[in-house]
Design a protein around this ligand. Structure first.
Ligand SMILES: [Ca+2]
Ligand SMILES: [Ca+2]
Ligand SMILES: [Ca+2]
Length: 390
């Protein structure tokens, strides 16, 4: 469904051209900075590495002002789930989304409990004027600020860009909404930002926002047990709120991730679905993609994907970051077909309905790649089963 028309390579900014061989994760600073100039990599490439964000230092004390922004968030345990309403919402945890983009402005989730532009935190969640999401890096209601806004806007467009004859059409165009959690590569380290972002979306879901999935086109290796436990606890909070986490595996140029402590992608929880990238023909695992049949469930096209970038433009990018939102968007379509499905059920259906591919045998647990039609058929069939059982 997504338009994959070629665009002129001359329109690709040099900032997208990577110098590093994808086998080595890009240095943190380089991958965090979209403006980092790269030289020496294939000039025709538009590869973007999956961002890693900053590592937790373990010694820095988070600024009190930032902590206080989320201190009022309720814990999951003492919250009661309100009835959900509206289309399925995918929370894009990333560098931010250009919510003014012509292809995205009608697809943005709007916070019904917040009054725009009055400088007040009307809904009492600790963030002033969080209309389309919030900025975890800056503790503000403006998601469109900080590092990686091009990356986040591209991911959002793969999910929900409008079917309007312009640019690209998102996999879930007209069916899903985007909640942007921006600034995830700013402020505190990635893990701390992730924890706060989880608290933010779980709080909104408990109030009745129909948040069904989080797209996580980022990740990093965490070897210490304390950080591993924090990742697991945060993703368990999403599980307890029945929110699916669709995560990108690394861009390790064919590396096997089975024994890598890669988070959040390698968490073994029923609400976590991890995605590798197919090439643009959906024929083979993309050369830049990692894999791992114990930790990666499936693959989806992530090469030369045309999608939205800030400023009302569109560009092609490649990476596991681009494959992951195809799966998150398909999940949203499935929730639209049958709102009674749980996150774990949708995950299992996506895995069960993959199209088997010999190239993926031994590389991803399902030996298969995303089959949108089959996944939607399974979601539809589940409605029938519920009706028959009733
Ligand atoms: Ca608020
Ligand atoms: Ca307000
Ligand atoms: Ca469009």
């Amino acid at each position: 469904m997504t338009t994959l028309s070629k665009i002129s390579t001359s329109s690709l900014p040099s900032s997208r051209v990577r110098t590093e061989a994808p086998a080595a994760r890009a240095p943190v600073e380089a991958s965090r900075a979209p403006t980092a100039k790269a030289a020496g990599f294939d000039a025709r490439s538009n590869f973007v590495d999956r961002p890693t964000g900053r590592r937790p230092s373990g010694t820095e004390t988070p600024p009190a002002a930032l902590l206080s922004k989320t201190a009022s968030l309720k814990s999951v345990a003492d919250s009661k789930q309100a009835p959900l309403s509206g289309p399925p919402v995918v929370a894009v945890f990333d560098g931010g989304v250009d919510w003014n983009h012509t292809d995205l402005k009608d697809a943005m989730w709007t916070n019904p409990w917040e009054v725009a532009g009055d400088g007040l935190d009307n809904d009492g969640n600790g963030i002033e004027d969080d209309i389309h999401g919030f900025n975890v890096g800056f503790g503000s209601g403006d998601p469109m600020r900080g590092e990686g806004t091009d990356h986040g806007t591209h991911v959002a467009g793969i999910i929900a860009a409008a079917d309007n004859g312009q640019g690209n059409t998102g996999v879930a165009a007209g069916k899903a909404q985007i909640l942007s959690v921006g600034g995830i590569y700013d402020g505190e380290d990635l893990l701390t930002n992730f924890e706060r972002s989880v608290d933010y979306v779980v709080d909104l879901k408990n109030k009745g926002a129909n948040i069904r999935a989080v797209n996580a086109s980022f990740g990093d290796e965490y070897r210490d047990a304390a950080s591993q436990k924090r990742w697991k606890d945060a993703v368990q909070k999403l599980a307890d709120a029945d929110i699916l986490l669709v995560a990108a595996t690394a861009n390790g140029n064919g590396s096997n991730m089975n024994n890598v402590k890669d988070f959040p992608a390698n968490l073994d929880l029923p609400n976590v679905l991890t995605v590798a990238s197919m090439d643009k023909r959906n024929d083979k695992l993309a050369r830049y993609s990692s894999h791992g049949d114990k930790v990666v469930e499936m693959a989806a096209v992530g090469e030369d994907v045309l999608s939205t970038v800030p400023g009302g433009d569109w560009e092609e990018m490649s990476g596991t970051s681009m494959a992951t939102p195809r799966v998150a968007a398909t999940a949203a379509l499935m929730f639209a077909e049958n709102p009674k499905l749980t996150a774990a059920e949708v995950r299992d259906m996506l895995v069960a309905t993959t199209e088997k591919d010999p190239d993926l045998k031994g590389k991803v647990s399902s030996s298969g790649k995303l089959d949108i039609d089959a996944a939607l058929a399974a979601a539809r069939a589940s409605v029938g089963r519920v009706a028959q059982a009733a």
